[in-house]
Design a protein around this ligand. Structure first.
Ligand code: ADP
Ligand code: MG
Length: 270
């Protein structure tokens, strides 16, 4: 379990990024932190692996203050996936995944074997192993990022808008893949996004943030959709709802329902 206990972060005096944020994240669940840009999502995520230290308050993992842990060891024990992938450009795909394992003390051969297994697990063909990151599509790069984060078999996976830079259809594939992986692996996932659809699709629970990491509402997607806590939440989820609303187009004399991304979702009955 991850617990935020009244954490506040002031990067500079008088400029509060996160104010008195408290949240318990149960193990083996996916919690989506949903908020617009600047609401403090990245700050919160990075406090879990000590890339950001709180100004006050504590973050606990299984009851232990993360400050009691060695920062490097802590960071290595937690998977972290970034929007840009954060891959090493001068290393091949397989080495990008294997490097994490080598750092953890594994020798070259078993590290490569495990890296190949991880590539397979996230849906990457083995023929891509020798390529460099720049020779992959955005979606493939994000899969490598996920494989790398999973390499040390962490209990916790932090994901910071990991699918934000890919087009909507690839994004949907990556979300499906994550749902499938999570059903198999049961990690504790903290997933940060500003995309309402994505949060509702992936989160067992969603935490809607207003500015400064203030929780506007927390609940299952169904709970939040059924009863937004206030106008802020209603507006926030409603604004994006218009985008994903269905419309119809006529193709070959048939009326086809399409979603907000123009993807066909069904044929209308006449
Ligand atoms: P989000 O990820 O939701 O976009 P961030 O956590 O990145 O939000 O940022 C929250 C606030 O903290 C913003 O106002 C941002 O400008 C500020 N901030 C983030 N990182 C730093 C930093 N390293 N130094 C100073 N201010 C920062
Ligand atoms: Mg951010």
């Amino acid at each position: 379990m991850i617990e935020f206990d009244e954490v506040t972060k002031e990067y500079r005096r008088g400029s509060v990024a996160v104010e008195a944020f408290s949240l318990e994240i149960p193990s083996h669940r996916t919690v989506a932190l949903l908020g617009s840009s600047g609401s403090g999502k990245t700050t919160l995520l990075r406090m879990v692996n000590r890339m950001v230290e709180p100004t006050s308050g504590r973050v606990l993992i299984d009851g232990e203050d993360v400050r009691a842990r060695d920062a490097v060891e802590l960071r290595r024990s937690i998977g972290y996936v970034l929007q840009a992938g954060g891959l090493l450009p001068h290393r091949t795909v397989i080495d990008n995944v294997a490097t994490v394992l080598r750092l953890g003390g594994m020798t070259r051969k078993p590290a490569r074997l495990r890296a190949a297994e991880l590539m397979d697990r996230v849906g990457l063909e083995s023929s891509l192993a020798r390529r460099y990151p720049a020779e992959l599509s955005g979606g493939q790069q994000q899969r490598v990022g996920v494989a790398r984060a999973l390499a040390p078999d962490p209990n916790i996976l932090l994901m910071d808008e990991p699918f934000g830079a890919v087009d909507p259809i690839v994004r949907r594939d990556l979300q499906d893949e994550l749902l499938r992986l999570q059903a198999e692996l049961g990690k504790t996932i903290v997933f940060v996004t500003h995309d309402v659809d994505e949060a509702f699709r992936l989160g067992d629970e969603v935490v809607v943030l207003r500015g400064h990491g203030v929780v506007a509402q927390r609940g299952t997607p169904a709970e939040i959709l059924a009863a937004p806590a206030d106008d802020f939440v209603a507006d926030f989820i409603g604004a994006n709802r218009a985008e994903r609303s269905l419309s119809t187009v006529d193709i070959g004399g048939r009326s086809i329902a399409v979603d907000g991304n123009g993807r066909p979702v069904g044929v209308m009955q006449k």
